[in-house]
Design a protein. Structure first.
Length: 168
């Protein structure tokens, strides 16, 4: 997955719209479904927990299906890209305990994966205005750059391929 620059204002606007729409749909859908089920199948004991839970589950599944259906829509371009990037970065982070020792031993693929993780994290944190740990990221990047120069490796985020993670 290639790292691309995203229009921050457009991304935030579309993400907020998706979040608000999902919250409103979940609320309206779960209440509507639950109330319909309660009206159709009243419980003499007065406990309607199972119908309320059923309403939430059905609404969540429908929202998930709708999001999956529209993820390739032009409106969702930035939001979908960020979701996919987060998925890749999570996969890298799960492998980080193996990647770091391998990079210290000179494994080029491990260094590329870590470099991509740092570059992708920087992109995400800037989009979300989460600059609190950027200093630590800069320190980690400097340490990785030191390893790269030690082993005479040129690190480019464009060289990353998800299949590289399979060896770790």
């Amino acid at each position: 997955m290639k790292l691309i620059q995203i229009d921050k204002a457009r991304y935030r606007k579309h993400l907020n719209y998706v979040i608000i729409t999902c919250i409103a749909s979940l609320t309206a859908g779960s209440l509507g479904i639950a109330q319909s089920l309660i009206a159709l199948f009243p419980d003499p004991s007065g406990s309607h927990f199972h119908w309320n839970l059923t309403g939430v589950i059905i609404s969540a599944v429908v929202i998930g299906l709708v999001l999956n259906k529209i993820k390739n829509n032009h409106f969702m371009t930035e939001v979908t890209y960020v979701w996919q990037l987060k998925k890749v970065l999570n996969r890298i982070n799960r492998k980080m305990m193996k990647l770091k020792p391998a990079s210290e031993e000179g494994n080029v693929n491990a260094m590329i994966c870590i470099h991509y993780s740092y570059a992708g994290s920087r992109l995400l944190w800037e989009l979300d205005d989460n600059t609190i740990i950027m200093e630590q990221l800069a320190l980690d990047q400097a340490a990785l750059d030191g390893l790269a120069s030690k082993y005479n490796v040129n690190l480019q985020a464009e060289d990353f391929e998800a299949s590289m993670l399979d060896q770790f």
